[in-house]
Write a protein that binds this ligand. Structure first.
Ligand code: GLY
Length: 278
């Protein structure tokens, strides 16, 4: 179910946004999601129907935000396939197919690549490197990459070689206590981050505005910033209040969606899409 708590009708698109076509690549929830990879969470039952309803609402929130949806076919034999963000890093100039740290997830890439090749020139991370898209946070021409249980130094280095000629700086960030860099911090504006300081080294972000999650909501740092709107889980009301206060000053909207069933699979709102413009 989509809960819109602090959103006005219509995306209210700015002219610069309206001049390009905006695409969200998503993949339906796999029937096997209950068998997903888990690193920091205890396994608990996941209701496929509820997860699918929540994913449908997420999809609608993207549509309402001005995005055309491109759907990768469902992959029932790959439990984590809904978390399509981990399969690629998409920039304006190039897309880099990742090499996920979890072996069980490497089969997810082929179907995503078949779609992305219509939109971008592709590069590929190769062994022994590993890289999950959930570890990659872009802010303008700076790309922060989590050094995590899923992404190794070779993955960070290969990413750097693919993007540096396009003018991007790549900076590694140590992550601990959570799955990905974007479990610990996400962008909610051009120079504003939402984060949980307990899960990363904050030094690389010192020059940016930092909104700290409420201490009662450690998992609240994952938000999907879409320019005019931030899509955000309804499970974190305290942090949502902090975030809404910040966004209102900038005349931006908070669009809250139920995502707790997918969160049991250790996935957040950024994990469920690849966002690009053409
Ligand atoms: N369950 C999401 C992941 O571990 O990649």
């Amino acid at each position: 179910m989509l809960i819109v708590v602090a959103s006005q009708a219509g995306p209210g698109l700015r002219p610069a946004f309206a001049m390009r076509r905006h695409i969200a690549i998503i993949r339906p929830v796999s029937r096997s999601i209950v068998d997903c990879e888990l690193t920091h969470l205890a396994r608990e039952p996941i209701d496929y129907k509820i997860a699918t309803l929540q994913h449908d609402a997420y999809r609608q929130a993207l549509v309402d935000s001005g995005y055309k949806i491109v759907t990768v076919p469902r992959a029932d034999k790959m439990p984590d396939a809904v978390f399509v963000e981990d399969t690629a890093v998409v920039l304006d100039e190039v897309a880099i197919m990742t090499r996920p740290g979890a072996v069980s997830r490497r089969g997810e890439l082929d179907a995503v690549e078949a779609i992305l090749q219509d939109y971008r020139r592709l590069e590929r991370i190769v062994a022994p490197a590993t890289l999950d898209g959930g570890d990659v946070l872009r802010l303008g021409r700076r790309i922060f990459v989590g050094r995590s249980s899923r992404t190794n130094d070779a993955g960070i280095e290969q990413l750097r070689t693919f993007v540096q000629d396009h003018g991007y700086d790549v900076e590694a960030v140590d992550v601990h206590g959570c799955l990905h860099l974007k479990s610990a911090v996400t962008a909610v504006g051009d120079a504003t981050l939402l984060g949980n300081s307990a899960w990363l080294d904050r030094a690389p972000f010192d020059h940016l505005t930092w909104i700290e999650v409420d201490s009662a909501e450690p998992h609240a740092a994952n938000a999907l910033w879409l320019g005019e709107r931030v899509i955000y889980p309804s499970a974190f009301p305290r942090t949502a209040a902090l975030l809404r206060a910040h966004l209102e000053v900038q005349k931006r909207e908070l669009c809250r969606v139920d995502a707790d069933e997918l969160a049991k699979a250790e996935g957040g709102v950024t994990c469920c899409s690849l966002i690009l413009s053409v």
